[in-house]
Ligand binder design. Structure first.
Ligand SMILES: *Cc1c(COP(=O)(O)O)cnc(C)c1O
Length: 391
């Protein structure tokens, strides 16, 4: 079976975890600190705070910028459900806007139409590793006085042409960026996340909250020397995970470069297949190709293609999910854009989120990972051709 993704783990990672195992320091400690510094240097951010997942990173980031119950946060439905959930954790409301069908990211022209007095922030996503239009989003947010949090779960190593030069996602360009180290992403620590920012205040809060808001006070005796002023969480990363992460950071440039080569290969190999659309990088973006997503012809049954590919030993999936279509969000009055009663959408479709729904049901995510070789890529292309009845 050719899997859809595969983490690039090897002897370097096995060697790396000897350090915490031999020293006996396995909780959050020196490895986490070193991983944070190495990560910050790579993405070009001032601060980096390691946490247990991107979901916890998003939760802390939104709390750090001051999202409160009843606030509105503009985001996309077309994302893994953690994006919308992180807004709900704080009792705030996700205001879903549609995507651009070309790059599967937030269509920035809708932002200003949904802004209200309660809008607090924009939570944008660099979906599948393709940078969203962050320069435009930052400009709009400055004009409107909103915060910007970047869901960069998939976007480690992706680059953006920003104010005259190429920069890595995570600097961050908004206020805070959040990364994931789940095995489905570019770099893995089993599970894990990172919060990057330029603001000391945000970093300080996230560091406190990830460890139960525990604060040490000097010169106080006994139990009084540790104080908890606020509610916190156990969102820590541990040193075993961080040691793996550091070994992964050594190869990150190579990993991204290899994936870019494979994306180029797909362009030449897939040329023969009629009616499909390959992903395109806008002039101002370079993807890390965390996922490689093609669009099938409209008249094709996506599920049939997935089944046929699976029979040939190739794992594929449909497009990125839409949170507003899930039972947990479907029942909410705000889930289909704003005020469903007014837009009068049927229960299973949302007119305002048409492109998001179309991308979910027309796309096919095909295998993409470091070890995928050219023969396998050719096999994937010919199986796809056959599955589409073009043989
Ligand atoms: C994977 C993913 C997340 C969640 O990351 P975890 O580390 O698994 O919590 C959030 N947002 C997006 C866009 C993702 O792809």
């Amino acid at each position: 079976m050719i899997p859809i993704a595969k983490p690039s783990l090897g002897w370097e990672e096995i060697e790396a975890i000897r350090r915490p195992l031999v020293s006996g320091w396995v909780a959050q400690g020196p490895e986490v600190r070193a991983f944070e510094e190495e990560f910050a240097k790579y993405v070009g951010s001032r601060y980096a705070c390691a946490v247990s997942s991107c979901t916890s990173a998003l939760h802390l980031a939104l709390r750090a910028i001051g999202v409160r119950p009843g606030d509105e946060v503009i985001t996309v439905s077309h994302s893994f459900i953690a994006t919308a959930n992180s807004i709900r954790f704080l009792g705030a409301i996700p205001i879903f806007i549609d995507i651009d069908p070309e790059n599967y990211n937030m269509n920035t022209s809708y932002i200003e139409r949904v802004v209200t007095k309660r809008t607090k922030a924009i939570l944008c996503v660099h979906q599948m590793g393709m940078p969203c239009e962050i320069e435009k989003i930052v400009d709009i947010s400055k004009r409107l006085g909103l915060f910007v949090v970047e869901d960069a779960a998939c976007a480690l190593g992706s680059e953006i042409y920003f104010k005259g030069g190429w920069e890595r996602i995570g600097k961050p360009h908004g206020d805070i960026a959040c990364f994931s180290f789940h095995p489905r992403k570019i770099l893995t620590t089993g599970d894990g996340g990172m919060i990057t920012t330029r603001k000391k205040e945000f970093d300080k809060k996230c560091r406190m909250w990830r460890n139960h808001s525990k604060v040490s006070v000097e010169n106080l005796p006994g139990w009084e020397s540790i104080v908890f002023h606020e509610i916190g969480y156990n969102y820590r990363m541990n040193d075993i995970q961080a040691a793996i992460g550091r070994a992964q950071m050594h190869k990150i440039c190579n990993i991204v470069e290899e994936r870019r080569k494979k994306a180029m290969n797909y362009i030449s190999i897939m040329k023969k297949i009629k009616g499909i659309e390959l992903p395109k990088e806008p002039r101002w973006a370079r993807s890390n190709w965390q996922s490689y997503c093609i669009r099938l012809p409209r008249n094709v049954n996506q599920l049939e293609v997935i089944k046929k590919m699976s029979k040939k030993g190739i794992q594929t999936t449909g497009g990125i999910m839409c949170a507003h279509r899930e039972p947990v969000y479907r029942k909410e009055p705000w889930s289909c854009g704003k005020q469903r009663e007014i837009c009068g959408c049927p229960p299973t479709h949302c007119e305002r989120l048409k492109e998001s729904e179309r991308a979910q049901s027309e796309c096919l995510i095909i295998p993409m990972y470091y070890e995928l070789d050219i023969e396998e890529q050719k096999e994937i292309a010919s199986s796809l051709g056959e599955a589409l009845g073009q043989e």
